[in-house]
Design a binder for this molecule. Structure first.
Ligand SMILES: NC(=O)c1ccc[n+]([C@@H]2O[C@H](COP(=O)([O-])OP(=O)(O)OC[C@H]3O[C@@H](n4cnc5c(N)ncnc54)[C@H](O)[C@@H]3O)[C@@H](O)[C@H]2O)c1
Length: 374
């Protein structure tokens, strides 16, 4: 198959969809891989690294015009809409429920659009979202610790403290992939960590893996209020799949926190779980409300592209290989997890939550496949 890797042109995005190691796995199986000139630069991969494993370097035109499968990291931006074409497969993060304009552009393109974030295994795991949640969770603790320093407006507190001084209090709301990873790093820094969760099974698992070093509490409005009031750093890490994040922390609760405390609302990409949150960028990551620093970067893994690019390719490559080896139709038939990733196919929305989000028609994937060849 002809596989193209486009350069990310979204501001502040330095990741690339394929590492040279990933490109090698594809070229050695006989696929033709073309990488857009400079695509790997932000992740410290040179064009020559790709050429050394048998990939070709080309222009954006070469990538989009010639490829049967286009790999990206972020959703296409308006300049890219016109480059997609009928019969082409696009494999990337799409987050279509958040953009009707993009959804309509993909419908008009006639391309098969497979979203990393909705590839879902039978047990409900999201294997292509998980690595970015791991990174965002770890970064949340790191960023939170940094913004607690006095010169950048923080309380002036070292999370881990020193012997003889009490450590800082970290409260994590939601003990899933982000929450667990935030807790691991905060514990490693020596902080006192509390996780609020609403799934008892998940709390049992967290106790098994984290032991007695962390306090696990059932999440309720009252508990959130009490815990947030004590916290130096709050990490918002809840997810209700497919839905906007619930606003669990009110402005009043924020106002009750100590001056210079930090809230890291990782769930901001789903609207945020704090009433006073709004999305920020890596160029301007924080703002202050009620004396509390808010860190609400919507694409946190973009800050560490060397790590994120490798973690992303580790997760996506098996699916890329499936599509490249069998073609999309056969790959979907073989792997239901990949089938759940198909959001738009031949001008039809095949993912129900996306159609619902915009009041557009939903056609089940099987019906589209039955009607026409991929
Ligand atoms: N900002 C970023 O760059 C970035 C990067 C990756 C993930 N995220 C976001 O982080 C959020 C968490 O992702 P995840 O992969 O950890 O999800 P996850 O499904 O692994 O975990 C979410 C957890 O929240 C819990 N939860 C739900 N409602 C709750 C409540 N009321 N109180 C306490 N816990 C509750 C669930 O039981 C679950 O354990 C998502 O919104 C995700 O999109 C953001």
């Amino acid at each position: 198959m002809n596989i193209g890797v486009a350069t990310e042109i979204k501001p502040d995005e330095y990741r690339v969809a394929l590492t040279p190691a990933g490109a090698f796995e594809l070229t050695r199986r006989g696929h033709a891989v073309v990488i857009e000139r400079g695509a790997g630069q932000g992740s410290a991969f040179l064009d020559t690294d790709y050429e050394a494993v048998g990939a070709r370097i080309g222009s954006a035109e070469d990538v989009w015009a010639d490829s049967e499968l286009v790999l990206k990291v972020k959703e296409p931006v308006p300049e890219e809409y016109g480059r997609l074409r009928e019969g082409q497969v696009l494999f990337t993060y799409l987050h279509l429920a958040a953009s009707e304009e993009l959804t309509r552009a993909l419908i008009d393109s006639g391309a098969a659009c497979v979203a990393y974030e909705t590839v879902e295994t039978d047990d409900g795991a999201l294997p292509l979202l998980a690595p970015m949640s791991e990174i965002a969770g770890r970064l949340a603790a790191q960023a939170g610790a940094a913004f607690l320093e006095k010169p950048v407006g923080g309380r002036g507190l070292l999370l881990g403290a020193v012997p003889g001084v009490a450590p800082g209090e970290v409260v994590v709301i939601g003990g899933g992939m982000v929450g667990y990873n935030a807790a691991v790093i905060a514990l490693g820094l020596g902080a006192q960590v509390t996780i609020l969760e609403r799934s008892i099974d998940r709390m049992r698992h967290l106790e098994e893996v984290l032991g007695a070093r962390v306090t696990l509490l059932m999440s309720s409005s009252l508990q959130i209020q009490d815990s947030v009031a004590q916290a130096d750093l709050v990490v918002g890490a809840v997810l209700i799949p497919g839905a906007l994040a619930p606003k669990l922390i009110s402005r009043e609760m924020v106002a009750g926190m100590n001056e210079g405390s930090v809230i890291c609302d990782v769930a901001i990409d789903q609207g945020g779980c704090v009433e006073t949150s709004r999305p920020t960028t890596h160029s301007e990551p924080v703002f202050t409300v009620e004396g509390v620093t808010h860190y609400c970067v919507a694409n946190m893994p973009g800050a560490v592209p060397i790590t994120s690019t490798k973690a992303l390719t580790n997760a996506t490559l098996p699916y890329v290989e499936e599509i490249a080896t069998h073609g999309l139709r056969e790959a979907i038939a073989r792997d239901p997890a990949l089938a759940r990733g198909v959001n738009v196919l031949e001008g039809k929305i095949t993912y129900e939550a996306v159609a619902d989000a915009h009041g557009l028609d939903y056609i089940p994937l099987d019906d589209v496949l039955r009607l026409s060849p991929v």
